[in-house]
Design a protein around this ligand. Structure first.
Ligand SMILES: [Zn+2]
Length: 459
């Protein structure tokens, strides 16, 4: 065990306390009422970076929540990495489903329960603590480390690309290492080499110019809830695959090693439905099919639908309009612009006559991310994970969207590897989010080794 690893182990109880303090800040970026808390989390990161020994630490203003930057660049002959993470968190709702309050940070069974503990406060704290250990013990790092921690990841990173562009001359690097992302399973180490992109929109269907009485007008007036339901029902075929013409245009086949990983993980379909709490469908699809759908196929998901009266009791109304909130997960090669256009044409073709519709995009969308499988840093990190876990890591894809891979490629010309110690079962978008303290401990060791190994070999 190196001096650094011994130091990290000795200080672990203090690190847990720090993570608890960080998790107690309710930095919900999407909630305007939490703006001051989000800023407080940014300040926490700034202070933590300074205390660790990073220099030129600052909050960089964006049109939304600030990005935090810091660097330690005193190893002129060594490579340079940018470490990425995010200090904002998902909303904690539904609050009544939490065993202990979401921003209390309770440790039970070697797990820290709090909103944001796993995504991404625990994982992002690791590389900072490891840098501090090196600087404390040795006065130097094995490579140059720049840190970029954003505050809007859980809101779709609307200003992140602009922020990275504005910091371009400060962020020059050989590699980006993301402390965000997730391991596939706690007992199966993995590296993410692909993630799906995203296109989000609202679709509003309008009938009459105002709400109408369903007695006076029922039967004659157009009902937009019915029209919207008809359009939504036309988006998928009987198997649940997207049936929008042109939706898949440009899609390219995935790296074959991802299919190997899908076969290797032994995804248990029945257990999957049990775990999400849904009845098992009959016939039960096989696990490889389900996982292929999660990782390698695009989706068009209906996230919410509303219109007319939704309160208690009844109201005899024919609503003037009805809205669906929709997000699509995209695969490599699909372009968000083209996807939006395909959906719009599909709606125009399938909306019953006598209605109008409005189609509003949430931002420009994100293309999918795919890493070059030959990237040397990938092998370096694989070796480290293999050493720590005693198992050969898998190369996996991720159904979720992490737009940063695309942003860093475009803005810095650098590849992004994901080295997060979050695990995908840690309920990070659900009640009772937790972070395994074992992952916290393993992550500290892994990042300490990664700094050294990447300092030697990166390109
Ligand atoms: Zn995250």
């Amino acid at each position: 065990v190196s001096d650094v690893e011994a130091h990290l182990a000795a200080n672990f109880p203090a690190y847990v306390e720090e993570l608890k303090a960080f998790c107690r800040i309710p930095s919900v970026s999407t909630d305007p009422a939490r703006k001051a808390d989000v800023l407080r989390a940014a300040t926490f990161v700034v202070e933590r970076l300074r205390r660790a020994g990073f220099e030129n630490v600052e909050k960089v203003a964006t049109a939304g929540h600030p990005v935090v930057f810091g660097e330690w660049c005193k190893a002129p002959d060594a490579p340079t990495i940018v470490v990425y993470g995010h200090y904002d968190v998902q909303p904690p709702d539904p609050l009544d489903k939490w065993v202990t309050p979401p921003f209390e940070a309770d440790v039970r069974d070697d797990r820290l329960y709090a909103r944001g503990a796993s995504d991404d406060k625990g994982p992002l704290l690791i590389p900072i603590l490891v840098a501090e250990a090196f600087l404390t013990l040795r006065g130097t790092l094995p490579l140059n480390v720049k840190v970029l921690i954003e505050g809007e990841e859980e809101s779709g990173s609307p200003h992140f690309a602009t922020a990275v562009a504005s910091l371009r001359n400060k962020l020059g690097c050989d590699l980006v290492v993301s402390a965000d992302g997730a391991m596939w399973r706690a007992d199966l180490p993995s590296l993410t080499i692909a993630s799906r992109g995203m296109a989000a929109l609202d679709l509003t269907v309008t009938g009459a110019a105002k709400d109408l009485h369903s007695g006076r007008h029922g039967g004659s007036a157009p009902n937009p809830v019915r029209a919207l339901a008809a359009v939504l029902a036309s988006f998928h075929d009987a198997d649940g695959r997207v049936a929008v013409e042109g939706f898949l245009d440009g899609a390219v086949p995935p790296d074959p090693r991802i299919r190997e990983a899908i076969a290797a993980v032994g995804f248990d379909a029945g257990r999957y439905f049990d775990e999400v709490g849904a009845p098992r469908p009959e016939p039960l699809p096989d696990g490889e099919t389900l996982l292929t759908r999660q990782w390698l196929e695009p989706t068009l998901e209906l996230n919410g639908i509303f219109g007319g009266y939704t309160g208690p009791g009844t109201k005899t109304v024919i609503p003037a309009s009805a809205t669906a909130k929709i997000t699509c997960r995209l695969i490599a090669g699909q372009r968000p612009d083209h996807v939006f256009a395909a959906i719009r044409s599909h709606v125009a073709a399938h909306l019953p006559s006598g209605f109008s519709f409005e189609f509003s995009r949430h931002g420009p969308g994100t293309t999918a991310f795919a890493l070059d499988p030959e990237l040397p840093a990938l092998a370096v990190l694989e070796d480290i994970l293999g050493e720590i876990s005693g198992r050969k890591p898998l190369r996996v894809a991720m159904g979720a969207t992490v737009p940063i891979g695309t942003v860093f490629k475009e803005q810095l010309g650098a590849p992004t590897v994901f080295f997060s110690f979050s695990t995908s079962d840690e309920d990070y978008h659900a009640p009772n989010e937790f972070f395994r303290l074992k992952s916290f401990r393993d992550g500290l060791v892994a990042w300490a080794r990664a700094y050294e190994a990447l300092g030697r070999r990166i390109k």
